[in-house]
Design a protein around this ligand. Structure first.
Ligand code: ATP
Ligand code: MG
Ligand code: FE
Length: 339
């Protein structure tokens, strides 16, 4: 089926078009520039930007895919989780297109879509697989028997999400928002072993994460240096912080593979774009005999193709379409793959 996916959970208006697992278009209009000076996404600004970007972004995606609106077989949309007002714009648009075109609507879970998108690059997901989902708002370890039907949560962060920790530490280091990519870049010329930052919950026997202690430790370390008049080598701090995050993430992910006797690990979400996470995960997977799948960075951060991919899986699985009454649910749980 030819599926158009609409993503508006945060600041990206993402429109993706897929046929099965073949990517035809992935167009993104971001309002990040408008938010950057506030150091975070401003919900009202994001909603308005989605409203303005929706029609032109759909037109650009259709042109890029070389298809007409009337060719579309189904509409998929992020129904949650995310910013309520931002989600609402996407859901309302999706309902209008579904009704206008007379094609089925599929309201999908944004987090499950972060997992499903890898299939565009690496083919059908092994059933089951373990998924490490690390993004701006979430950090979870998932057992995924079938991304279109059944996702089981093994653990998640008890405080900050991994991406949130990257963004907050970047701010402490005077790097621009969103900080993840800037820390990644700065860390390349730093030494990850320079400073021994804490690894929260690393061997506590759960699949939960905690990053707020780490964030505080970095802030304290920087404050202490500044107070003593010493200069701070940003690359070393960035690399040492990043090492602490990816050490815990990869260690727990491989523990989950072992515990559930699963030999395929997928990493998804914006933080999966991190170069050190990708490298360390590959190293540890090789040691453990686990196959690793990580989508290319452009498919890790929010986009419409991920939504279209999950929609396409739902159509293929014969799942009943969503009602035109579905709400946008800002706190949709990861275990609810579609609404
Ligand atoms: P969620 O999916 O939980 O709703 P989100 O939609 O805001 O969150 P994503 O686009 O999936 O987020 O991810 C954005 C996050 O990924 C930001 O916190 C950003 O700093 C982080 N990020 C992006 N690239 C990198 C990178 N190279 N290294 C580390 N973090 C990164
Ligand atoms: Mg974003
Ligand atoms: Fe996301």
């Amino acid at each position: 089926p030819l599926v158009l996916g609409i993503e508006t959970s945060c600041d990206e208006t993402g429109i993706g078009i897929v046929r099965g697992h073949t990517l035809l278009a992935n167009t993104i209009a971001s309002s990040m520039e408008e938010h950057a000076r506030f150091g975070g996404v401003v919900p009202e600004v994001a909603s308005r930007a989605h409203l303005e970007a929706m029609t032109p972004t759909i037109e650009t995606a259709l042109a890029g895919a070389g298809v007409k609106l009337s060719d579309i077989d189904a509409i998929a949309v992020t129904a949650g989780p995310g910013l309520a007002g931002a989600l609402l714009v996407g859901v309302a648009a999706a309902k209008a297109y579904s009704l206008g075109l007379g094609v089925p609507l599929y309201g999908v879970n944004h987090l499950a879509a972060h997992v499903a998108v890898d299939q565009l690059e690496h083919g059908p997901l092994p059933k089951p697989c373990i998924a490490l989902l690390v993004s701006g708002g979430h950090s979870s370890l998932l057992l995924v028997p079938d991304v279109a039907q059944d996702v089981i949560s093994l653990g998640s962060t008890v405080d900050d999400a991994a991406g949130e920790a990257f963004d907050k530490v970047a701010r402490v280091l005077g790097l621009p928002f969103p900080g993840g990519p800037h820390i990644d870049k700065a860390a390349v010329s730093g030494d990850g072993a320079a400073i021994g930052f804490p690894r929260g919950k690393i061997d506590d026997g759960t699949f939960d994460f905690s990053f707020s202690g780490l964030k505080t430790a970095v802030a304290r370390w920087v404050e202490a240096k500044e107070a003593s008049g010493a200069s701070i080598h940003v690359p070393d701090v960035a690399a040492s912080f990043q090492e602490a995050v990816v050490d815990v993430l990869t260690r727990k992910a491989l523990q989950a593979c072992k515990r559930y006797d699963v030999h395929d690990l997928l990493i998804g979400g914006g933080v999966a774009a991190n170069s050190r996470l990708r490298a360390l995960a590959q190293e540890r997977c090789d040691q453990a005999g686990v196959r690793l799948r990580v989508p290319r960075p452009g498919l890790c951060t929010d986009n419409g193709a991920m939504v279209a991919t999950l929609g396409s899986d739902l159509v293929a699985a014969g799942v009943a379409p969503s009602s035109l009454e579905i709400p946008a649910d800002s706190s949709l749980p990861i275990t609810t793959v579609h609404v």
